[in-house]
Design a protein around this ligand. Sequence first.
Ligand code: 6PG
Length: 255
Amino acid sequence: MTPSRNILIYETPEQVAQAAAESFVRDVQTAVTANGRFSVALSGGNTPKRVYALLATEDFAKRIEWDKVHIFFGDERSVPPDHPDSNYRMVLESLISRVSIPADNVHRIVGEGDPVKNARLYEDLLKSFFAGQPWPRFDLVLLGMGDDGHTASLFPYTSAVKEKEAWVVANWVSQMATWRISLTAPASNHARHIMFLVTGPSKAERVAEVFRATNDWERLPARLINPVAGILEWLLDKDAASRLNLEAAKRLATD
Ligand code: 6PG
């Protein structure tokens, strides 16, 4: 499969969420038909919350065979699962608790305790799910991008952005004085489909920078995300896309 990259621009954040939820449903149907199961790595942050809430509505939920869906996480904060900052808690409240997904199909990253040990545990869990594969082949990876260009918990200039072998790392983020646990860029890059969801004017300059032809990935970790054999889509609202030089971005997207 030749990798392909697309930029999709919508009027409003709501339209971005609707499009992402539709795409999620299509991916589930394709994967379940082909392999009998669907695996997704979900993102934290505010932007995807509406997508999760939409997926839990009857219109979307009834089109998904939830017992074939396996939910993983792209990153987690160093907090217990009931903490307000927990990505697991956010997804539990907005999606998991509202649909009929078996508990065994939800694979959270442990955030409490030793982050290095927890990263290793998560990598082991992924290696047993994707048994015998050199890298995880998620059907879908959802990502957001912070104002500073981070994605998942790959923050600018942290050791995680240089990782080439591990699937999961514990990442010390000095700018926030905290540990995060994150899928690495190569682990995400082996997915069949990667969707970035980015909305709002505060992201506009960073989005434009990501699509300028520069290899400044240590400063802009979102640039590390390029599927090896899959589809990359950037779903933007018009505010996030407002500084984008579309012609240049499209050229880069088809490089
Ligand atoms: C997290 C994330 C993170 C997020 C970005 C964008 O755990 O916070 O996975 O990478 O996607 O910070 O967040 P917003 O959607 O809130 O802007």
